[in-house]
Write a protein that binds this ligand. Structure first.
Ligand code: GAR
Length: 185
């Protein structure tokens, strides 16, 4: 069975959905890489029985060294895909050189609009009526890689920000596992 590795920094709801929908059926989720000690995604991984690697950039002399340490673990797994799911660091040139074309990301906005760390907040502050989610390949830019798939919805009259956020996350949890399954075929 093909193996994938998920990178996350925070809550890990996308990671959990990917495990529940795909692990042991479509692929093996072989490892969760997390750059934030104590992040909730690590707890989820433990409950789900998925191996974890917690690495902190501050423990290394450079981003290149940090990424080389991650690559050592990835080489044991030989992942078909590296799936960024709320990993809030830019992928550096070392990881990119090793895995270009195999790293994908999910972004909570309709790229190329609202790239960056707060896609949902930026879209809401702009006052958009149509919101959505993008899955794309990762390149050296900030959310600039080739788009693989998107999904969207129109905000209802009177829809609260919280309701819109919940819709975004529901779309993510539907879209990302489907795209991963497609790419692994
Ligand atoms: C998701 O909404 C994802 O799209 C976003 O972080 C959230 C992680 O949620 N990623 C980015 O903003 C990347 N630029 P999760 O930890 O519950 O899966």
């Amino acid at each position: 069975m093909k193996r994938i590795v998920v990178f996350a920094s925070g809550s890990g709801s996308n990671f959990e959905t990917i495990v529940q929908k795909l692990h042991g059926k479509v692929c093996e989720v072989a490892l969760l890489v997390c750059d934030k000690p104590g992040a909730y995604c690590l707890e989820r991984a433990e409950k789900l029985g998925i191996a974890t690697l917690q690495v902190s950039l501050k423990d290394f002399a450079s981003k290149a060294d940090y990424e080389l340490a991650i690559i050592k673990h990835l080489q044991k797994v030989e992942p078909e895909l590296i799936v960024l799911a709320g990993y809030m660091k830019l992928i550096g040139e070392v990881l990119l050189a090793e895995y270009e074309g195999k790293i994908i990301n999910i972004h909570p906005a309709l790229l190329p609009a609202f790239p960056g760390a707060d896609g949902i907040g930026d879209a809401l502050r702009y006052g958009v009526r149509v919101m959505g989610v993008t899955v794309h390949y990762v390149d050296a830019g900030v959310d600039t890689g080739r788009i693989i798939d998107q999904d969207s919805f129109k905000r209802a009259d009177g829809e609260t920000e919280q309701q819109s956020k919940e819709k975004i996350h529901a779309i993510e949890h539907d879209l990302y596992p489907r795209v991963i399954e497609q790419l692994l075929k």
